[in-house]
Design a protein around this ligand. Structure first.
Ligand code: SAH
Ligand code: HMK
Length: 361
């Protein structure tokens, strides 16, 4: 009886349909956000100093008149999604709508330490998106490789490091640095984690964005940023901040503390264990007083905030498809930490969706 279902079955069907369509078209909201970033809408409003009308925005962005209505349509979705506010202003006796910034679109203002534009550009870069066309092939192939390798024949790190793709490597490093600068607030809320340290090595620390924050807050700590030669080879520091190149799978320079931010999620358990064991070796001269500080996601499937868990699980698939890495639950962190020979740990949630894990020998 296809057309005579009762009310609740109908509403269940409608909800199911909306739910499915919503997930099918999620990518449109991602891409509209990327367009807003590329157009520089947030910068225009920020530089204007107050909300802007559609025509003010269009002329500030130097859009062709035929694109003004297109801009309106993008703004309508982005406003609905919480990226812009809408207020009414009077111009020449006529009421007009003006668009303002929200806390989320303020993260698109360039030049600010909280700017996340390069993260949007990197995460939605063709190199991260195009591989999904091969996901069916990936499932059907009897080969241990990432989705990225299945689609391109190349390991993602090799792709980043290739000379001709150096634009993507610097985009990747800029995106990591942008994320790392967001750590400033969490650092000030967790000063005790770093107090008393004489030296710290930021392993796979990229271009050193986190270390620079730590160095600012604790200038007496001798900080080392350790990463691959193609990342840190040409960087120079100062007396208490130096760059060392090497391979964390071989050995890690000694320090009172090892920092691993957004590193272990790039690797499977076997390789993560190797990194943790090398970290343990690097702090061994301090005996029980050394520590490893991990900053990564700790998946919380019981959180009341469904969006937070969704983001963590999405990151897990990003790590799986690009690196055969993973985001870990508290239980998985515990197992990895004890398997590496450490005796205790403490997890503190920071900056929204990540956690800080202090690990002791
Ligand atoms: N910790 C930084 C960067 C994380 S991205 C941050 O949070 O901003 C992962 C980093 O791992 C990259 O900078 C990459 O160059 C580095 N990396 C990958 N393989 C490595 C290896 N074998 N030894 C040292 N660093 C490595
Ligand atoms: C996937 O790779 C990583 C990210 C995301 C990602 C790896 C990490 C942490 C975050 O950010 O989606 O350890 C970027 C991504 C940035 C990028 C990118 C991919 O710049 C170019 O490609």
């Amino acid at each position: 009886m296809a057309f005579s279902t009762n009310g609740s079955e109908e509403s269940e069907l409608y909800h199911a349909q909306i739910h499915l369509y919503k997930h099918v078209y999620n990518f449109v909201s991602s891409m509209a956000l990327k367009s807003a970033m590329e157009l520089g809408i947030a910068d225009a409003i920020h530089n204007h100093g107050k909300p802007m009308t559609l025509s003010e925005l269009a002329s500030s962005l130097k859009l062709h008149p035929s694109k003004v209505n297109i801009l309106y349509r993008f703004l309508r979705l982005l406003t609905h999604n919480g990226f812009f506010t809408k207020t009414t202003v009077k111009s020449n006796e006529e009421e007009e709508t003006a668009y303002g910034l929200t806390p989320s679109s303020k993260l698109l203002i360039s030049g600010k330490s909280t700017c996340l534009s390069t993260l949007i550009e990197g995460a939605l870069h063709a190199s991260s998106i195009d591989m999904w066309k091969s996901s069916k092939k990936w499932f059907n192939e009897d080969k241990e490789q990432t989705l990225f390798e299945c689609a391109t024949g190349e390991n993602y790190w090799d792709f980043l490091n290739k000379d001709s793709e150096s634009g993507t490597l610097s985009l990747f490093q800029d995106a990591m640095a942008a994320d790392s600068r967001m750590f400033k607030l969490a650092l000030h809320e967790n000063k005790n984690v770093f107090e008393g340290l004489e030296s710290l090595v930021d392993v796979a620390g990229g271009t050193g964005a986190v270390t620079k924050l730590i160095h600012e807050a604790f200038p007496q700590i001798k900080c080392t940023v350790f990463d691959q030669p193609q990342v840190v080879g040409n960087l120079t520091g100062n007396e208490n901040l130096n760059f060392v190149s090497g391979d964390m799978f071989k050995s890690i320079p000694p320090a009172d503390a090892v920092l691993l931010k957004w590193v272990l999620h790039d690797w499977n358990d076997e390789l993560s264990l190797k990194i943790l064991k090398n970290s343990k070796e690097a702090i061994s001269h301090k005996g029980k007083d050394g520590k490893v500080i991990i900053i990564d996601i700790s998946i919380d499937e019981t959180s009341d905030d469904r969006r937070l868990t969704e983001l963590q699980l999405e990151y897990d698939l990003v790590m799986l498809t690009m690196f055969l890495g993973k985001e870990r639950t508290k239980q998985e962190w515990e197992k990895l930490i004890y398997d590496a020979g450490f005796s205790s740990y403490k997890i503190t949630p920071i900056s929204g969706f990540k956690s800080l894990v202090e690990v002791y020998p």
